[in-house]
Design a protein around this ligand. Structure first.
Ligand code: HEM
Length: 593
């Protein structure tokens, strides 16, 4: 009897395919117990012992056919993988051994318990660049080196596009928005969108950020007033997510999602669960997605119709968001003179050459892009910031004092951009928290040509040579490990693993290799695909942080296995406690009288 096959992500009670019913048989495996509701004796999936209702000869024939086709395809894949391995010139790079030909090292970093645990170990052993194995023996390059990242993101234009699997997953969520277009289409979309992110426009949003932040502060005061200990445990991650959804709604599209007022708001609820299915991703998903790069686009576009819960969720999400987005575009066109991002974008688009203008559908899909790119990203980054302050009360105290001093100086008016920028203790703590917790913890790219990647910090190869550049072949996959760069001792100092906001006052900027868009951090990526909303995010995060830290103090709840936070490596790095299915960052919040 062949061993049971692990199928993750299937509903236990029923499967959409052909009326099979599955039950969990043993550790993570599933067995078929009924076909079209006819009860069978239980048998592991794909096993030939379905004699209870299949005729024996039919079962044997199908099993033999299955065995033969598996053997032939395995052989073909093996030959294919070997031929690819021959082409790779990464084999002299040091890197972790892989336990599986099929999956390589992928499970060690895609499904690790805490984001970066494997990469930090590898970086310690091999330096700032190393080889990892992808699926089917593929050699991939993993880099944390600032010069290498600089070269891939900034210097090489469109020579390192996104990998097709990643691009396609993004396309399932945002349609044809800027996040998944390449080459000329990307250039065209970015030009129009950049107009909406000019500095004067963004500065005008400060009032909106402050209005929504004070609404959140009022909600928390109400929660505190009704708590018997005046110090409730709040899921800060969820509150911030609702706050930033309302902000991007108002500032982005002059649209009120009402997320802070109503947690049952359908859009908020869609976001709450959008990525939960990736919790169930397992090795088979990694293997499946590694084939995507060989599929032509028309076939890729059909994948979303596969009967998987995750894809169904993505389809429903994109359908609903496009409905909302069409309404927003209609309203902005009628209004004509709005100051929100979408209105500015529409005006910029109108004055474009008709040949390079965004089509109506492209405009609609920029809304889903901005919603996805511009809401949980800021919320998540702020969540880690408040967590760090709860762990480091001395830093929090210094910030409270700094804000109080500014308040004493300016009286009751709102903080201006220069007041916020002048809060150097708070700004340094925000940077330090972003450095320790880059929520986009890695990005993958593929080399469009044979190339040579320069390194700032030379590495030693397997054959003992010291090299300061890595030659790569066209088609090589590169995993840019943002979480590793952010802890590189050569860049951040020997205490790179530790919380030390002071470092941002002490770093020798002359010695650092200029990378990324803000404070030499890589959180916003960089170059031609760098985050368009980074200034928006910085002003937004500073405004929310100041509004909350002027009023509240954060502390950790008693630490038990149930309250221990892990940095879950989902599509974004999110806080979770073991066994939960939603982002969770429970902090005790006290009102500062
Ligand atoms: C702390 C908050 C944020 C972080 C950490 C962040 C991070 C990133 C990163 C890493 C990328 C590159 C993704 C890739 O290459 O696949 C990106 C792209 C992008 N971000 Fe952000 N982002 C943040 C906030 C925002 C906000 C608030 C907006 C809009 C209001 C925004 C809009 C965009 C857009 C439009 C792109 C696509 C750029 C392109 O492909 O050319 N982001 N962001």
């Amino acid at each position: 009897m062949s061993p049971p096959v692990i199928i993750r992500g299937l509903d236990i009670e029923s499967s959409p395919q052909g009326g099979y019913t599955f039950i969990r048989a043993s550790k993570g495996s599933y067995s078929v117990v009924a076909v079209n509701n006819a009860q069978l004796s239980e048998f592991p999936l794909f096993c030939s012992s379905a004699q209870a209702s299949f005729p024996i000869n039919m079962a044997v024939t199908s099993a033999s056919l299955l065995f033969l086709s598996t053997l032939i395809s395995s052989l073909l894949l093996w030959v294919f993988a070997l031929s690819r391995r021959g082409k790779s010139i990464l084999h002299d790079l040091r890197g972790p051994e892989s336990k599986s030909f099929w999956l390589g090292n992928q499970p060690e970093y895609m499904f690790q318990k805490g984001t970066g645990e494997s990469e930090f170990k590898w970086m310690g052993a091999y330096g700032s660049a190393w080889r990892v194995r992808g699926c089917m023996g593929e050699d991939r390059l993993m880099v944390a080196d600032p010069k290498a990242l600089q070269y891939i993101l900034h210097a090489s234009g469109h020579d390192f596009p996104k990998t097709p699997d990643v691009s396609h997953t993004i396309r399932m969520l945002i349609g044809d928005g800027i996040g998944c277009t390449e080459g000329e289409i990307h250039r065209r979309q970015r030009k129009v969108m950049a107009a909406a992110f000019s500095v004067p426009h963004l500065k005008a949003f400060l009032i909106q950020f402050q209005f929504t932040a004070s609404k959140l502060a009022q909600k928390w005061k109400d929660e505190i007033a009704t708590d018997p200990n005046q110090e409730p445990l709040l899921n800060v991650s969820e509150w911030l997510s609702r706050t930033t959804l309302d902000i991007i709604g108002e500032a982005g599209f002059d649209f009120d999602f009402g997320a802070l007022d109503n947690s049952h708001n359908p859009v908020t609820r869609m976001y709450d669960s959008l990525f939960v299915d990736s919790l169930y991703h397992g090795p088979l998903d990694a293997l499946f997605e590694s084939f995507w790069r060989y599929l032509p686009k028309p076939i890729l576009n059909l994948l979303v119709y596969l009967p998987r819960r995750e894809y169904r969720r993505f389809r429903n999400y994109l359908g609903s968001i496009r409905e909302v987005a069409r309404g927003i575009v209609r309203k902005s066109i009628v209004k004509g003179d709005g100051r929100d991002i979408m209105s500015v974008l529409l005006r910029a688009n109108d004055s474009e050459d008709p040949r390079t203008k965004l089509s109506d559908n492209e405009v609609v899909d920029q809304i889903s892009t901005l919603l996805l790119a511009g809401h949980d990203t800021s919320a998540n980054s702020l969540t880690w910031f408040f967590w760090e302050l709860a762990k480091h009360p001395e830093s929090a105290r210094a910030i409270h004092e700094e804000i109080a001093a500014v308040r004493a100086r300016i009286g009751s008016r709102d903080f201006s951009i220069s007041d916020l920028e002048g809060m150097s203790t708070m700004v340094a703590a925000l940077k330090e928290s972003m450095r320790l917790h880059p929520i986009v913890w890695q990005l993958s790219r593929v080399a469009a040509n044979n190339d040579v990647i320069p390194l700032a910090f030379p590495i030693i190869t397997k054959s003992g040579k010291q090299i300061s550049a890595i030659p790569i072949c066209k088609g090589t996959h590169i995993d840019m490990s943002f979480c590793s760069y952010s802890r590189l001792p050569e860049v951040w100092g020997e205490d790179a693993d530790k919380w030390n906001p002071e470092r941002f006052h002490q770093l020798d900027k002359e010695k650092q290799i200029s990378l990324g868009l803000y404070a030499n951090l890589i959180n916003f990526s960089g170059g031609i695909r760098g985050c368009l909303g980074w200034r928006f995010a910085i002003i937004e995060m500073q405004a929310i942080a100041a509004a909350l830290l002027e009023n509240f103090e954060f502390s950790l709840p008693p630490q038990t296995p149930e309250t221990q936070i892990t940095r879950k490596p989902l599509r974004l790095m999110v806080p979770m406690v073991e066994g939960s299915f939603y982002p969770w960052m429970g902090l005790k919040v006290r009102y500062l009288e």
